[in-house]
Design a protein around this ligand. Structure first.
Ligand SMILES: Cc1cc2nc3c(=O)[nH]c(=O)nc-3n(C[C@H](O)[C@H](O)[C@H](O)COP(=O)(O)O)c2cc1C
Length: 349
């Protein structure tokens, strides 16, 4: 069986999915030390924080790790759309006592840029993964010339072919079960998003590079199924959310351990872009999918103070509770233990 373990320089063909907002270096270190590939999400980090996190990883482990970037196009600010969205949220600001004067405008997530490319050249992470396509050719070339193994996510066959044509080393096929943002970048139509069981074999048949399965993989049986379908590796996110090494918030942990975790949906009302999370009040009352929002990530700025006010009261009503359809299988055990469980599903060579 050909796996991505060799390509990634790790013992196990298991990748801990980068999860911006829910983890930092500690989870990445634990998974890399357990023999998988730990990932550090950079989407919500500034350059200095990224340097510090990578230094922390290198102090704790000599094993390979992945640094992950978003590469969406930063949208122009549209005052009309922004005001309309704040108008929709106004009753909630009143209810939670949020002072409208303090609601910030502007993005909370930065796309890959020349500044980030310079940091990659400086830090030389062994693996770099992208979400929402790839950066412009010149920036991608700068990453490639550091010698990094390059991964990106496809949610359709067309996206997989597009990524292969631009020279990625392996493709992460993200089924619709996946927690967090859809990596979709050639379409905005959520009806094109299909489940891992259907997507994985189609992508494998369409490209020559190795394909890593992600979305809904939270135990050994799902890992075994992915390899049976021809995956060269698996990437699991939600399965690691309750680990002590993750930074998952208290309200998020409570939701994951409740019956609520059985009901997830794709929503765009929290950031402006479709993402899967546990159904909560904002998704139920304003979405889960809605037209006319400020584009990603701008919609999130107006929601952020509601989230903060609700979380201060112990409520996840306005929080991004990003998790996959298998969220109810998530266990509060160490990252090494989750990695062991996933490993036991890998078929013998
Ligand atoms: C809380 C959370 C945050 C996420 N953040 C990112 C991210 O920053 N970058 C990224 O490439 N993928 C992100 N994802 C998506 C994962 O890479 C992956 O597609 C997903 O976790 C797989 O589905 P699963 O959660 O069912 O394992 C996130 C997923 C979750 C659950």
């Amino acid at each position: 069986m050909r796996t991505v373990a060799g390509l990634l320089g790790v013992e196990l063909p298991i990748i801990q999915a980068p999860m911006a907002g829910a983890q930092g270096s500690a989870l990445a270190i634990a998974v890399s030390e357990a023999g998988g590939l730990g990932s550090l999400p950079a989407a919500m980090l500034g350059v200095e924080a990224l340097r510090a996190e990578v230094a922390a990883i290198r102090r704790a482990t000599r094993r390979p790790f992945n640094v992950n970037f978003f590469c969406h196009t930063a949208p122009p600010f549209d005052a009309g759309r922004d005001a309309a969205w704040r108008g929709v949220l106004a009753p909630y600001y009143d209810e939670l006592g949020v002072d409208r004067g303090t609601v910030p405008a502007g993005p909370a997530r930065a796309p890959f840029s020349a500044e980030f490319a310079a940091v990659v050249e400086e830090l030389r992470p062994p693996v770099v993964s992208f979400h929402f396509g790839l950066p412009d050719a010149d920036l991608l070339e700068r990453v490639r010339s550091t010698g990094a193994t390059i991964l990106s996510t496809a949610t359709t066959v067309e996206e997989a072919r597009w990524l292969e044509a631009r020279g990625v080393d392996a493709i992460i096929a993200q089924g619709a079960e996946a927690g967090g943002h859809r990596g979709m970048f050639l379409t905005e139509d959520v009806t094109t998003q299909i489940g891992t069981l259907a997507l994985l074999p189609q992508v494998i048949d369409a490209v020559r590079v190795p394909v890593i399965a992600t979305g809904g993989i939270a135990d050994a049986r799902a890992v075994a199924a992915a390899f049976l379908l021809g995956a060269a590796g698996v990437q699991a996110g939600t399965a690691y959310l309750l680990c002590p090494e993750a930074t998952t918030s208290r309200v998020f942990r409570t939701a994951l351990q409740s019956e609520a975790a059985r009901h997830t949906a794709l929503t765009n009302v929290i950031t402006g872009r479709p993402a899967r999370g546990i159904m909560n009040r904002i998704m139920r009352e304003l979405g889960p999918l809605r037209e006319g929002l400020p584009p990603f990530p701008l919609a999130g700025a107006a929601v952020a103070p509601l989230r903060a006010a609700a979380e201060a009261r112990g409520s996840g009503d306005f929080s991004p509770l990003w998790s996959g359809q298998n969220a109810s299988r998530c266990r509060a055990v160490s990252a090494a233990e989750v990695t062991r469980e996933l490993t036991s599903g890998i078929p013998p060579a």
